[in-house]
Ligand binder design. Sequence first.
Ligand code: ADP
Length: 471
Amino acid sequence: MKTLYREFISTTLLILGISILIGFILANVVYVIFTKEEITQQNMEVAEQIVHVLEEMHVSSHTVHPFLESVGQLGYQIYLANRSGEAYFFGEPFEHSRLPHTMDQVLSGTPYMGKDGIWDQFWMMGHFSNDIRNTVGLPLQIGNQTYALFVKPASKILFSDIHMMLAGFIVAVAIVSLLGVIKMTKRLIHPISELSEATKAITNEDFTYSLDIHRKDELGQLAENFLRMQQQLQHNDVARKSFISNVSHDFQSPLMNIQGYGDLLLLPNLDEKTRLQYAGIVSDEARRLSNLTKQLLLITSLDQSGYPVKKSPHRLDLQIKESIKKHQWSLQDRNLTISYKLDKAVLYSDRELLAIVWDNLITNAIKYNQPNGHIFISCTTAGNKIILTFEDTGVGLSEESAKQVFERFYRVDATRKKDGTGLGLSIVKEIVTLLNGTITLESELAKGTTFTVIFLMEGHDESWNKNGVYG
Ligand code: ADP
C-alpha cells in the first residue's frame, strides 16, 4: 500500500531534488554569463603581472625558479615549459597535467584562455577541477628563450574557508530540513492513522477505541469531533438495541396473552362468564397492540427529519375543550372531577399533532390519578407566550422518575404496565419540540403532577389573539 507517510517523504525529496537541480542550472547560467569571463580575466591579469615582472627584471632562467616558487606558495599553480622540452611545475601539483597542442599556440604568441569545449563552457564544476587545462597561458621571454607560462589559482584559494563553511552550512540545512520533514510527517500522519484505526473499530461496532490525539490544530479538532461522533453513535447504538428489545418485549407479552386466552376460549364447556372474561382480555390485548403499533409508527415518522408539519391557525382553548369532552366517560368511570380556565388562544401550528399532545396529557392525568381525584387545566397568554398547564392530584413522580418520563419506554411502576406503553410522553416531548415549544413538569409523590407546555406566538398569532379576528 502506498502510505501517506511515504508519499509525503518522497514528495519532499522530489521537491528537494528538483530545487537543487534548478538551483544548479541557475548557478551554471550565472557562471557562464558573468563569472567565467571575469575569473579568466583575473587569472589573465595575474599571469600578465608575472610575465611583466619577470621580463622587466631581466631574470635569467636560474633566478626565475625561486620567483615562480614563491608565487606558487602564494596560492598559484604554475607550469613553465619551452620548445626544447624543459618543463617545471610550481605550487600545488595538478591532478591532470596533460597539456595538448595549446603549448605551441602560446609559444607562438597567442594567449591561452582556459578550457573552451561546449561541455566545459557550461559546466561550472569544470572550472574548479585541478586540471592544467583550467589555466591561462602567456608567452614569457627569458633571455633568448621563449617559454609558455600557464597559471591558475590553487584550489585552496578557490575553496577558501568561507566556501567550505558555506558548503557545510548548505549540507547541514539539507540534513536538518530532511530530518525535520521526516519528524513533521510522522507527527502529521500519526493522528490520521489513529483516526483510521478508530473508524475501523466503529465499523466493527466497537465504540470504546480511545484516541491518543492531544493537539490544538485542525487535526485536534477533527479528533474532538470524532470523539463526539463516537459517543453519539454509542448512545444511538444503546438506544437502538434497547428500543428493539423493548418493542419485542412489548409485542411479545400481549401476543402471548392473546394466544393463551384464545386457546382457552376454544375449550368446550366454558361457562358464559369465563368466556366473556377471556374474550375481554383478548380484546384489551389486541387494542394494546394496535395502540403500540400506532405509537411506533408515529415515533418513526417524527424521527424522520423532514416530518411534514401542516400549520394552520387554530384555537387551542377550543381544541382542549374538545379533548376533555372525549374523556368525559373515563373521568366518570374513575370518579374524577375536572375543572379548567381556558383563555382564548390562537396558535399557528399543526392541529393534528397538538391534539395528540393534549390527548396524552389528559389520559395520563386520568390514568395516574388517585380515586376521587381532581384535574385542573389552564390556558393563558402572557406577552407572546401561550402557557398551558395540566395539573392532577395523582400519584406523582419521584425526582428520579421525573427526569426520565420523557424517555422512550420509560414507565415508573411495573404494576401499571398493563395499560401503558411508555411511549406517550416521549411522543409528546417530540411533538412539542418539533413545534418549537417547551414542556416541563413539576411533581410530588402522592400529591400530584403538573405538566406545563409553552408556545411562543409569532407575529400573526399575536394579532389574531389581540384583535380576535380568528375564531
Ligand atoms: P404510559 O403509556 O406508560 O402512560 P407515558 O410515556 O405516557 O407512558 O408515561 C411514562 C410514565 O410516566 C408512566 O408509566 C407513568 O408512570 C409516568 N406518568 C406519566 N404521566 C403521569 C402523571 N400525570 N402522574 C404520574 N405519573 C405519570
